[in-house]
Design a protein around this ligand. Structure first.
Ligand SMILES: [Fe+2]
Length: 257
């Protein structure tokens, strides 16, 4: 198993608060069958000027401590970047991290609404050659009220959608859970990751999430696993067959009137 979204670096963001907690998370992940984990700390970190240098030092430290603790898990570089107009410029200046130094970048948006510049931002990043993964779309309120947007995101913008396993197991409320289930049923996703924040608070749930996905859509957990591997190798992803939502009988009748 590969986990592409986690906050395992100690004392960086709202994830692991110290090295002990980082190691406890890694031990749990290893016991559950994770072989590789990407440390996707949040960007921006408001008090840190040189993000890349700061994260690289934290990564080196955690790799060293994990080795000393006999944890056999590869820790990979990455970042979870909150959308902002400046992102293309920051990539241009080599200030941000992609996943495993590939073309794949992990973006998150604000929870309630999308800014006007969103489509321009996506366009600019694509022109620069990046493959864009959107973190936990099932958690965004504007997706709960406008689910159809996901079709445009995949079919027009070619975005790759990454579900949180924590949503699927119900840790972010019923709307996020139902939206995650619907996205799996309709084929509107590409990846699943844990977004682990701690050993107690927001713990590792990827194995449970993959099991749930498999029950909803047989074969899906294998696609999620293969796609995670493909991201690390900078290869293209498998798509699920996308289905349109079947509208209830009365809604179909009314759409003709
Ligand atoms: Fe995250």
């Amino acid at each position: 198993m590969i986990d592409l979204h986690s906050h395992i670096l100690a004392g960086v963001d709202d994830g692991a608060s110290n090295l002990e907690e980082s190691l406890a998370i890694l031990k749990t992940m290893e016991a559950k069958g994770v072989k590789k984990v990407t440390a996707t700390s949040h960007y921006p970190l408001y008090k840190i000027k040189d993000y890349k240098k700061f994260i690289s030092a934290k990564l080196r430290l955690l790799r060293k401590e994990a080795k000393a603790a006999n944890i056999n898990l590869e820790i990979i570089s990455g970042s979870e970047i909150l959308i902002d107009r400046k992102i293309p410029e920051l990539f241009h200046q080599n200030q941000l991290l992609t996943i495993n130094n590939t073309d794949y970048i992990l973006l998150e948006t604000h929870f309630n609404s999308l800014p006007d510049y969103f489509s321009d931002l996506i366009h600019d990043l694509k022109v620069m050659g990046y493959q864009i993964i959107i973190a936990h779309p099932e958690r965004y309120a504007y997706i709960h009220s406008n689910f159809e947007l996901l079709y445009r995101w995949i079919e027009k913008y070619e975005l790759k959608l990454m579900l949180n396993s924590s949503s699927l197991v119900g840790r972010h409320g019923s709307k996020s859970k139902k939206t995650a289930e619907k996205m799996i049923n309709l084929g509107l996703c590409h990846l699943m990751a844990s977004d682990t924040h701690g050993s107690e608070k927001r713990p590792f749930t990827l194995r449970k999430g993959l099991n749930k996905a498999e029950k909803l859509k047989p074969g899906s957990s294998e696609i999620f696993k293969k796609n995670a591997e493909a991201v690390l190798k900078n290869q293209s992803l498998n798509n699920f067959e996308i289905k349109r939502e079947e509208k209830p009988f009365f809604e179909r009748i009314f759409s003709f009137i």
